[in-house]
Design a protein around this ligand. Structure first.
Ligand code: ADP
Length: 267
């Protein structure tokens, strides 16, 4: 009997080891595919500014531009702008990547979440043709939040930016609402865009993941935004969920437990 038990034990241990090995290999394959798609995206993103700069430099080399200060200046300005864009892009990717991998250093301050959302929406309205509606608790209600202002600003901006860029509706709409009870603060960001097929809901927060559809090349992105967003929200003890149907639009809900935030200040 002892021998049978020992053999069974050995068999289970072997199966366990194989399963673990199989899981690791699958995980590494998945990561390799994601990294490959990241490299493809990145290469694609770098190509446009690089070819613009090289076209401008070529034009500068041609003798004509030398005697034409206005053209000379224009080509230099274009090159400078594209190089700045490139630098920013590379810095952003490196920053995002290291933030998400190693955790983010949060600096807590107390601020009004309604005001933050008003500011973000105001900026988006300046640059976007989408209709952006903001629904806040009754006027004058200050929703105090003790969190990292800069990272939370990036977080909401990222989700709103996605809501605008993954949208082909003739009248793109984004609705942002903020509600607060004594237990939870909730920010809901809905769009009428292309939606996310259910099968990918679990993947969208993975580093480098982008839904494999036509938008991969037509919409700029590295698949880092939601990984960063989820990290910031979790580090604030919050939660992010997605509700979406392909072709019908997407709603992201971000919630924070009210108890990690101080109650409204009595002035
Ligand atoms: P990206 O830089 O590609 O936008 P994100 O991490 O922000 O990366 O998002 C991951 C992927 O999730 C996107 O590439 C896109 O396929 C999908 N996605 C995110 N937000 C939306 C949205 N509001 N509507 C449709 N698809 C979205």
């Amino acid at each position: 009997l002892g021998q049978i038990i020992f053999s069974l034990f050995l068999l289970f241990a072997l199966i366990g080891t194989f399963l673990a090995l199989f899981k690791t290999i699958r995980k590494q394959n998945k990561l390799a595919v994601l990294q490959q798609s990241f490299v493809t995206n990145m290469t694609h993103e770098l190509k446009t500014p690089l070819s613009t700069v090289s076209a401008a430099v070529e034009a500068l080399q041609r003798s004509g531009a030398k005697n034409d200060p206005e053209r000379w200046n224009r080509y230099l300005t274009i090159s400078k702008r594209e190089l700045e864009h490139l630098t920013l892009m590379v810095e952003n990717v490196l920053q995002f990547n290291s933030n998400v991998r190693s955790g983010i250093n949060l600096t807590y301050t107390e601020f009004d979440l309604s005001l933050l959302l008003r500011e973000i929406v105001e900026s988006f309205r300046l640059v976007s043709a989408a209709q952006i509606d903001l629904l806040l608790p009754p006027q004058q209600t200050v929703i105090w939040l003790n969190g990292d202002l800069a990272h939370l600003r990036n977080t909401f901006s990222n989700v709103i930016d996605n809501a605008i860029k993954y949208n082909h509706s003739p009248s793109p709409q984004v609705k942002i609402s903020l509600t607060a009870t004594d237990k939870v603060i909730q920010i809901r960001i809905s769009d009428n865009g292309i939606g996310i097929p259910k099968a990918y809901h679990k993947n969208i927060y993975d580093l480098f993941f982008r839904v494999p559809n036509g938008e991969l090349y037509s919409v700029k992105g590295f698949g880092l935004g939601l990984a960063y967003v989820q990290q910031v929200v979790h580090q604030h003890d919050g939660n992010i969920t997605v509700d979406s149907k392909s072709g019908e639009g997407t709603t992201f809900t971000i919630s924070f437990p009210q108890n990690i935030f101080p109650q409204p200040k009595k002035k």
